[in-house]
Design a binder for this molecule. Sequence first.
Ligand SMILES: *Cc1c(COP(=O)(O)O)cnc(C)c1O
Length: 374
Amino acid sequence: MEGVRDPREELAELVPYDAKGIKAEVVLSANEHPSNVPTEIIDRLSERLESFDFNRYPDPTAHKLRELIATANGLDAANILVGNGGDELLFNILLAWGGPGRKLLDMPPTFSMYAIDAQVTGTEVVSIPRMPDFSVDSDAVLDRLAQGDIDIVMISHPNNPTGGLTSETLLIDVLEATDALVLVDEAYFEFSRHTMRPHMQRHPNLVILRTFSKAFSLAGLRVGYLLGHADVIREIMKVRQPYSVNAFSQWVAATVFRERVVFQQAIRELIRNRDRLLHGLSDMDGVEVFPSEANFVLFRVEYASALWRDLLHGHSVLIRDFSRAPGLEDCLRVTVGSEKECTKFLEAMREVLSARRESQIMTGVAARATEQGE
Ligand SMILES: *Cc1c(COP(=O)(O)O)cnc(C)c1O
């Protein structure tokens, strides 16, 4: 027989994810940590690499890592689930709580994986757009939850890509308004230093997502985790791939977590650099900056796509262009890098902005000259 029959209809609108692998000297596009894992940790790992059992299957429940995370959060191992990056856990949540006939409440613009995972799992997406300042439309969200048919709520806290936190009062109102599973995505917790962890006891529908990809320099190893009630964690465990978190990643993540105080200084420095970016961008004419509690800054500027290209091609600085995303017209997002990278970015921004302004003035002069018949 020739050809292949169509896959599921829901996939028709989806486009496979491809980060395009654009090369640049200064990469500030993916909210990664600017530095590798500290050498003292790499040295410790290297010493034991030879005796590492590459031939053995990983521990499916990552019990060592879970124990460490549980202890640090005043919880039991039964409250922790480790995944192949936070992304896998989001997908698992949708497999367990979503699916055909079920609904996710999404608050765009936000992390795009929520809606994509919903689509892949056949979950209906109910979107309540954020306000113009990107805060959650609390009345609309609470009204919608009152209808009682939402199965999952996902809130990025702080919100990627806009940067702000949602007020704790509103998050509590959401938890009280619904028995839906409420995922508070704390992927940037180490930078925002705000967590809903204290509310877990009272709210069995609260699950918290964290990751090793941002503050702990491990984006390449894919490790994230959930904090939640044991019953909820158990349900999510039913849908997961038993060996999704490989043994090497478990080992490195456990070592990094044990040594996490070593990362504190770099985190403080990134927070300082974030404030430099916020101030530096606010000082530029025509740039509107949104407050951020994460390791990135969103800003709005005219001709955003053209500026994005000028930064890349003229200065080898790669940031993220969101200007074609709904609700993010003319918006660009820059990841907080090292002090040197932030300086390079701010200088490049000043140059591309003034070059563009000059070329506009020139165009204006030329246009007037033409009008006057010169
Ligand atoms: C980065 C990020 C994650 C998870 O990233 P992983 O690398 O898969 O752990 C989850 N949510 C948000 C909002 C993020 O920005």
